[in-house]
Design a protein around this ligand. Structure first.
Ligand SMILES: *Cc1c(COP(=O)(O)O)cnc(C)c1O
Length: 356
Protein backbone atom coordinates (compact mmCIF):
# COMPACT_ATOMS: atom_id res chain seq x y z
CA UNK A 1 0.00 0.00 0.00
CA UNK A 2 1.28 3.41 -0.87
CA UNK A 3 0.16 6.94 -0.04
CA UNK A 4 -1.71 9.17 -2.47
CA UNK A 5 1.01 11.79 -2.11
CA UNK A 6 3.61 9.29 -3.33
CA UNK A 7 1.83 8.88 -6.67
CA UNK A 8 2.54 11.09 -9.68
CA UNK A 9 -0.94 12.60 -9.39
CA UNK A 10 -1.87 15.89 -11.14
CA UNK A 11 -0.39 18.80 -9.17
CA UNK A 12 -3.75 20.53 -8.82
CA UNK A 13 -5.29 17.43 -7.21
CA UNK A 14 -2.69 17.18 -4.44
CA UNK A 15 -4.33 17.53 -1.05
CA UNK A 16 -7.86 17.45 -2.52
CA UNK A 17 -10.56 15.30 -0.91
CA UNK A 18 -13.37 13.41 -2.67
CA UNK A 19 -16.93 14.76 -2.46
CA UNK A 20 -18.22 13.38 0.80
CA UNK A 21 -21.63 14.20 2.26
CA UNK A 22 -21.87 11.58 5.04
CA UNK A 23 -23.85 8.48 3.93
CA UNK A 24 -25.14 7.24 7.28
CA UNK A 25 -28.09 4.91 7.75
CA UNK A 26 -30.03 6.60 10.50
CA UNK A 27 -33.82 6.73 10.94
CA UNK A 28 -34.23 10.32 9.73
CA UNK A 29 -32.04 11.31 6.75
CA UNK A 30 -32.53 14.96 5.86
CA UNK A 31 -29.06 15.80 4.58
CA UNK A 32 -28.80 15.58 0.78
CA UNK A 33 -32.17 16.95 -0.40
CA UNK A 34 -33.44 13.59 -1.62
CA UNK A 35 -37.16 12.89 -1.84
CA UNK A 36 -38.01 10.95 1.35
CA UNK A 37 -40.93 9.20 -0.32
CA UNK A 38 -40.19 5.92 -2.12
CA UNK A 39 -41.28 4.91 -5.62
CA UNK A 40 -44.99 3.94 -5.81
CA UNK A 41 -45.34 0.19 -6.26
CA UNK A 42 -47.26 0.35 -9.56
CA UNK A 43 -44.53 2.56 -11.01
CA UNK A 44 -41.80 0.30 -9.65
CA UNK A 45 -43.42 -2.66 -11.41
CA UNK A 46 -43.45 -0.88 -14.77
CA UNK A 47 -39.79 0.11 -14.30
CA UNK A 48 -38.85 -3.49 -13.47
CA UNK A 49 -40.66 -4.82 -16.55
CA UNK A 50 -38.93 -2.24 -18.74
CA UNK A 51 -35.54 -3.19 -17.30
CA UNK A 52 -36.24 -6.89 -17.76
CA UNK A 53 -36.93 -6.33 -21.46
CA UNK A 54 -33.57 -4.53 -21.84
CA UNK A 55 -31.56 -7.20 -20.07
CA UNK A 56 -31.95 -9.66 -22.95
CA UNK A 57 -30.14 -7.28 -25.31
CA UNK A 58 -27.39 -6.01 -23.00
CA UNK A 59 -24.86 -7.69 -25.29
CA UNK A 60 -25.34 -4.64 -27.56
CA UNK A 61 -24.26 -1.08 -26.81
CA UNK A 62 -27.12 1.24 -25.85
CA UNK A 63 -28.69 3.85 -28.16
CA UNK A 64 -25.99 6.53 -28.22
CA UNK A 65 -28.39 9.36 -29.04
CA UNK A 66 -31.30 8.11 -26.83
CA UNK A 67 -33.88 10.12 -28.77
CA UNK A 68 -36.74 8.23 -27.11
CA UNK A 69 -35.66 9.39 -23.67
CA UNK A 70 -35.01 12.91 -25.00
CA UNK A 71 -38.50 12.89 -26.44
CA UNK A 72 -39.96 11.76 -23.06
CA UNK A 73 -38.06 14.59 -21.36
CA UNK A 74 -39.28 17.15 -23.90
CA UNK A 75 -42.88 16.02 -23.30
CA UNK A 76 -42.41 16.17 -19.55
CA UNK A 77 -41.04 19.72 -19.64
CA UNK A 78 -43.51 21.17 -22.15
CA UNK A 79 -42.72 24.72 -23.38
CA UNK A 80 -42.86 23.37 -26.99
CA UNK A 81 -39.40 21.87 -26.58
CA UNK A 82 -38.31 19.26 -29.14
CA UNK A 83 -36.12 16.16 -28.48
CA UNK A 84 -33.14 17.79 -30.28
CA UNK A 85 -33.12 20.44 -27.53
CA UNK A 86 -32.82 17.86 -24.74
CA UNK A 87 -29.82 15.98 -23.43
CA UNK A 88 -29.32 13.59 -20.50
CA UNK A 89 -26.46 12.14 -18.48
CA UNK A 90 -25.71 10.27 -15.26
CA UNK A 91 -26.92 13.03 -12.95
CA UNK A 92 -26.86 16.74 -13.65
CA UNK A 93 -23.32 16.78 -12.26
CA UNK A 94 -22.29 14.92 -15.41
CA UNK A 95 -24.32 17.38 -17.50
CA UNK A 96 -22.44 20.28 -15.88
CA UNK A 97 -19.12 18.51 -16.44
CA UNK A 98 -19.90 18.05 -20.13
CA UNK A 99 -20.84 21.74 -20.43
CA UNK A 100 -17.51 22.71 -18.85
CA UNK A 101 -15.66 20.27 -21.13
CA UNK A 102 -17.27 21.83 -24.19
CA UNK A 103 -17.28 25.51 -23.23
CA UNK A 104 -14.66 25.80 -20.47
CA UNK A 105 -11.12 24.45 -20.25
CA UNK A 106 -7.67 26.06 -20.14
CA UNK A 107 -7.82 29.81 -20.73
CA UNK A 108 -11.57 29.97 -20.03
CA UNK A 109 -13.21 31.37 -16.91
CA UNK A 110 -16.33 30.53 -14.95
CA UNK A 111 -18.29 32.44 -12.35
CA UNK A 112 -21.07 31.91 -9.85
CA UNK A 113 -22.60 33.74 -6.90
CA UNK A 114 -22.07 32.17 -3.49
CA UNK A 115 -22.79 30.60 -1.21
CA UNK A 116 -23.94 28.12 -3.85
CA UNK A 117 -23.61 24.50 -4.92
CA UNK A 118 -20.26 23.11 -3.82
CA UNK A 119 -19.76 21.05 -6.99
CA UNK A 120 -19.34 24.08 -9.28
CA UNK A 121 -15.72 24.76 -8.23
CA UNK A 122 -14.96 21.03 -8.33
CA UNK A 123 -16.27 20.65 -11.86
CA UNK A 124 -14.36 23.76 -12.93
CA UNK A 125 -11.15 22.35 -11.44
CA UNK A 126 -11.66 18.96 -13.08
CA UNK A 127 -11.96 20.63 -16.48
CA UNK A 128 -9.06 23.04 -15.84
CA UNK A 129 -11.40 26.02 -16.00
CA UNK A 130 -10.71 29.03 -13.79
CA UNK A 131 -13.54 29.56 -11.29
CA UNK A 132 -14.50 32.52 -9.16
CA UNK A 133 -17.38 33.10 -6.83
CA UNK A 134 -18.85 36.48 -5.96
CA UNK A 135 -20.88 37.09 -2.81
CA UNK A 136 -24.65 37.32 -3.12
CA UNK A 137 -26.61 40.36 -1.97
CA UNK A 138 -28.68 40.72 1.23
CA UNK A 139 -30.48 37.55 2.34
CA UNK A 140 -28.56 35.69 -0.40
CA UNK A 141 -30.73 37.31 -3.08
CA UNK A 142 -29.61 38.37 -6.58
CA UNK A 143 -30.97 41.43 -8.40
CA UNK A 144 -30.87 42.07 -12.15
CA UNK A 145 -28.65 45.17 -11.83
CA UNK A 146 -26.13 43.45 -9.61
CA UNK A 147 -25.82 40.26 -11.66
CA UNK A 148 -25.75 42.08 -15.02
CA UNK A 149 -23.16 44.53 -13.70
CA UNK A 150 -20.85 41.78 -12.45
CA UNK A 151 -21.16 39.71 -15.62
CA UNK A 152 -20.47 42.74 -17.81
CA UNK A 153 -17.42 43.51 -15.67
CA UNK A 154 -15.96 39.99 -15.41
CA UNK A 155 -17.06 38.57 -18.82
CA UNK A 156 -16.80 34.88 -17.86
CA UNK A 157 -16.85 32.10 -20.46
CA UNK A 158 -19.46 30.33 -18.31
CA UNK A 159 -21.76 31.77 -15.61
CA UNK A 160 -23.91 29.58 -13.37
CA UNK A 161 -27.06 30.78 -11.63
CA UNK A 162 -28.59 28.21 -9.31
CA UNK A 163 -32.35 28.75 -8.95
CA UNK A 164 -33.64 27.97 -6.39
CA UNK A 165 -30.16 28.17 -4.94
CA UNK A 166 -28.58 25.35 -2.98
CA UNK A 167 -27.88 25.71 -0.02
CA UNK A 168 -29.87 28.88 0.65
CA UNK A 169 -33.22 28.09 -1.07
CA UNK A 170 -33.29 31.51 -2.74
CA UNK A 171 -35.03 31.69 -6.14
CA UNK A 172 -34.01 33.94 -9.04
CA UNK A 173 -36.71 35.68 -11.06
CA UNK A 174 -36.69 35.50 -14.85
CA UNK A 175 -35.95 39.22 -15.24
CA UNK A 176 -32.59 38.58 -13.53
CA UNK A 177 -31.84 35.76 -15.97
CA UNK A 178 -32.76 37.93 -18.98
CA UNK A 179 -30.53 40.75 -17.71
CA UNK A 180 -27.70 38.29 -17.03
CA UNK A 181 -27.97 36.82 -20.54
CA UNK A 182 -27.79 40.22 -22.18
CA UNK A 183 -24.87 41.41 -20.05
CA UNK A 184 -22.18 39.09 -21.46
CA UNK A 185 -21.34 36.84 -24.42
CA UNK A 186 -20.68 33.59 -22.58
CA UNK A 187 -22.66 30.48 -21.71
CA UNK A 188 -25.33 31.07 -19.05
CA UNK A 189 -26.29 27.95 -17.10
CA UNK A 190 -29.41 28.09 -14.95
CA UNK A 191 -29.29 25.13 -12.56
CA UNK A 192 -32.94 24.28 -11.86
CA UNK A 193 -32.31 21.13 -9.81
CA UNK A 194 -35.14 22.15 -7.46
CA UNK A 195 -37.50 23.84 -9.93
CA UNK A 196 -40.47 21.56 -9.24
CA UNK A 197 -40.62 22.88 -5.67
CA UNK A 198 -40.61 26.54 -6.69
CA UNK A 199 -43.65 28.77 -7.09
CA UNK A 200 -41.71 30.95 -9.56
CA UNK A 201 -41.83 30.51 -13.33
CA UNK A 202 -39.09 28.27 -14.77
CA UNK A 203 -36.47 29.79 -17.08
CA UNK A 204 -37.43 27.18 -19.73
CA UNK A 205 -39.78 29.74 -21.26
CA UNK A 206 -36.77 31.98 -21.99
CA UNK A 207 -34.94 29.48 -24.22
CA UNK A 208 -36.41 30.55 -27.56
CA UNK A 209 -34.01 32.98 -29.26
CA UNK A 210 -31.35 32.61 -26.56
CA UNK A 211 -28.83 30.02 -27.83
CA UNK A 212 -26.34 30.64 -24.99
CA UNK A 213 -28.93 29.87 -22.28
CA UNK A 214 -28.71 26.34 -20.82
CA UNK A 215 -31.24 25.00 -18.29
CA UNK A 216 -30.01 22.08 -16.22
CA UNK A 217 -32.48 19.79 -14.42
CA UNK A 218 -32.38 16.51 -12.53
CA UNK A 219 -34.59 13.55 -11.67
CA UNK A 220 -32.76 13.28 -8.32
CA UNK A 221 -34.80 15.66 -6.20
CA UNK A 222 -38.55 16.24 -6.73
CA UNK A 223 -38.71 13.29 -9.12
CA UNK A 224 -37.60 10.83 -6.40
CA UNK A 225 -35.05 9.10 -8.65
CA UNK A 226 -31.66 9.99 -7.13
CA UNK A 227 -30.46 6.38 -7.17
CA UNK A 228 -31.01 6.05 -10.91
CA UNK A 229 -28.65 8.97 -11.71
CA UNK A 230 -30.46 10.93 -14.40
CA UNK A 231 -29.82 14.60 -15.01
CA UNK A 232 -30.84 16.47 -18.13
CA UNK A 233 -30.47 19.72 -20.02
CA UNK A 234 -32.70 21.88 -22.19
CA UNK A 235 -30.95 24.26 -24.60
CA UNK A 236 -30.52 25.17 -28.25
CA UNK A 237 -29.88 22.08 -30.39
CA UNK A 238 -26.45 23.50 -31.31
CA UNK A 239 -25.47 23.33 -27.62
CA UNK A 240 -26.53 19.69 -27.55
CA UNK A 241 -24.34 19.09 -30.63
CA UNK A 242 -21.39 20.49 -28.66
CA UNK A 243 -22.08 18.12 -25.76
CA UNK A 244 -22.27 15.17 -28.17
CA UNK A 245 -18.64 15.87 -29.07
CA UNK A 246 -17.34 15.67 -25.50
CA UNK A 247 -19.54 12.93 -24.04
CA UNK A 248 -17.96 9.51 -23.70
CA UNK A 249 -19.40 7.01 -26.19
CA UNK A 250 -22.58 5.33 -24.90
CA UNK A 251 -22.43 7.26 -21.61
CA UNK A 252 -26.06 6.54 -20.72
CA UNK A 253 -26.64 2.82 -20.17
CA UNK A 254 -29.58 0.97 -21.71
CA UNK A 255 -30.82 0.26 -18.16
CA UNK A 256 -30.70 3.92 -17.19
CA UNK A 257 -32.54 4.93 -20.35
CA UNK A 258 -35.23 2.29 -19.81
CA UNK A 259 -35.70 3.17 -16.14
CA UNK A 260 -35.93 6.89 -16.87
CA UNK A 261 -38.42 6.43 -19.71
CA UNK A 262 -40.60 4.21 -17.51
CA UNK A 263 -40.49 6.69 -14.61
CA UNK A 264 -41.40 9.56 -16.95
CA UNK A 265 -44.49 7.62 -18.12
CA UNK A 266 -45.69 8.06 -14.51
CA UNK A 267 -44.50 11.58 -13.84
CA UNK A 268 -47.74 12.52 -12.04
CA UNK A 269 -47.23 9.72 -9.53
CA UNK A 270 -43.51 10.38 -9.22
CA UNK A 271 -44.24 14.02 -8.36
CA UNK A 272 -47.28 13.26 -6.20
CA UNK A 273 -45.58 14.23 -2.94
CA UNK A 274 -44.15 17.58 -4.00
CA UNK A 275 -46.98 19.54 -2.35
CA UNK A 276 -46.62 17.54 0.85
CA UNK A 277 -42.88 18.21 0.89
CA UNK A 278 -43.46 21.94 0.41
CA UNK A 279 -45.85 21.87 3.37
CA UNK A 280 -43.15 20.19 5.47
CA UNK A 281 -40.61 22.77 4.30
CA UNK A 282 -42.90 25.54 5.53
CA UNK A 283 -43.54 23.62 8.74
CA UNK A 284 -39.79 23.35 9.36
CA UNK A 285 -39.45 27.12 8.79
CA UNK A 286 -42.28 27.91 11.22
CA UNK A 287 -40.99 25.36 13.75
CA UNK A 288 -37.41 26.59 13.88
CA UNK A 289 -38.65 30.19 14.13
CA UNK A 290 -40.53 29.19 17.29
CA UNK A 291 -37.21 27.88 18.61
CA UNK A 292 -35.67 31.33 18.16
CA UNK A 293 -33.80 30.47 14.96
CA UNK A 294 -33.90 32.19 11.56
CA UNK A 295 -35.05 30.22 8.52
CA UNK A 296 -34.11 31.73 5.14
CA UNK A 297 -36.98 31.98 2.65
CA UNK A 298 -36.90 28.82 0.51
CA UNK A 299 -38.52 27.84 -2.79
CA UNK A 300 -36.83 24.45 -2.59
CA UNK A 301 -37.17 21.23 -0.56
CA UNK A 302 -34.80 22.36 2.18
CA UNK A 303 -34.37 25.23 4.61
CA UNK A 304 -31.17 26.99 5.58
CA UNK A 305 -31.46 27.80 9.28
CA UNK A 306 -29.33 30.41 11.03
CA UNK A 307 -28.74 31.02 14.73
CA UNK A 308 -26.62 28.10 15.92
CA UNK A 309 -23.68 29.15 18.08
CA UNK A 310 -21.90 25.88 17.29
CA UNK A 311 -23.50 24.21 14.23
CA UNK A 312 -21.23 21.18 14.38
CA UNK A 313 -22.18 20.48 17.98
CA UNK A 314 -25.89 20.59 17.08
CA UNK A 315 -25.24 18.44 14.00
CA UNK A 316 -23.51 15.78 16.13
CA UNK A 317 -26.15 15.83 18.86
CA UNK A 318 -28.96 15.43 16.33
CA UNK A 319 -27.05 12.58 14.70
CA UNK A 320 -26.76 10.84 18.09
CA UNK A 321 -30.56 11.04 18.20
CA UNK A 322 -30.96 9.52 14.74
CA UNK A 323 -31.48 12.72 12.74
CA UNK A 324 -28.99 13.52 9.97
CA UNK A 325 -28.94 17.06 8.57
CA UNK A 326 -26.17 19.03 6.81
CA UNK A 327 -23.50 21.46 7.89
CA UNK A 328 -22.73 23.29 4.66
CA UNK A 329 -20.02 25.43 6.22
CA UNK A 330 -21.87 28.75 6.36
CA UNK A 331 -21.19 30.19 9.85
CA UNK A 332 -23.97 29.64 12.42
CA UNK A 333 -26.19 27.73 10.01
CA UNK A 334 -27.39 24.23 9.22
CA UNK A 335 -29.38 23.02 6.20
CA UNK A 336 -32.39 20.76 6.69
CA UNK A 337 -34.12 18.77 3.92
CA UNK A 338 -37.92 18.60 4.04
CA UNK A 339 -39.22 15.03 4.02
CA UNK A 340 -42.27 13.31 5.44
CA UNK A 341 -44.58 14.70 8.14
CA UNK A 342 -43.24 12.27 10.73
CA UNK A 343 -39.65 13.17 9.85
CA UNK A 344 -40.41 16.86 10.45
CA UNK A 345 -42.03 16.02 13.79
CA UNK A 346 -39.02 13.97 14.85
CA UNK A 347 -36.59 16.67 13.66
CA UNK A 348 -38.37 19.53 15.46
CA UNK A 349 -38.77 17.49 18.66
CA UNK A 350 -35.12 16.46 18.79
CA UNK A 351 -33.89 19.93 17.82
CA UNK A 352 -35.88 21.51 20.66
CA UNK A 353 -34.35 19.02 23.12
CA UNK A 354 -30.82 19.55 21.80
CA UNK A 355 -31.10 23.32 22.00
CA UNK A 356 -32.55 23.22 25.49
C1 LIG B 1 -28.53 17.90 -6.18
C2 LIG B 1 -28.07 18.97 -7.09
C3 LIG B 1 -27.67 18.72 -8.41
C4 LIG B 1 -27.52 17.42 -9.02
O1 LIG B 1 -27.66 16.30 -8.72
P1 LIG B 1 -27.59 15.01 -9.64
O2 LIG B 1 -28.03 13.97 -8.69
O3 LIG B 1 -26.18 14.87 -10.12
O4 LIG B 1 -28.54 15.23 -10.77
C5 LIG B 1 -27.34 19.76 -9.23
N1 LIG B 1 -27.37 21.01 -8.80
C6 LIG B 1 -27.74 21.30 -7.56
C7 LIG B 1 -27.77 22.71 -7.14
C8 LIG B 1 -28.09 20.31 -6.66
O5 LIG B 1 -28.41 20.62 -5.41
Amino acid sequence: MTNLNDLPIRDDLRGEKPYGAPQLHVPVQLNVNENSFGIPEAVALDIVESLAAEVLTLNRYPDREFLELRSSLANYLGYDLVPEQLWAANGSNEILTQIFQAFGGPGKTSLSFGPTYSMYPNIARLTLTEYSQLDREAEYSLSADFVAGELARTKPSIAILCSPNNPTGTPITNDVIIAAYEAFDGILIVDEAYAEFSSLESALGLLAGRPRLLISRTMSKAFAFAGARVGYLAADSAVIDALRIVRLPYHLSALTQAAAKAALRHSDQMLANVDLIKQQRDRISAGVRLLGLKPYASESNFVLVEGFEDPNDIFEKLLDRGVLIRNVGIPNTLRITAGTESETTRLLTELALVLD
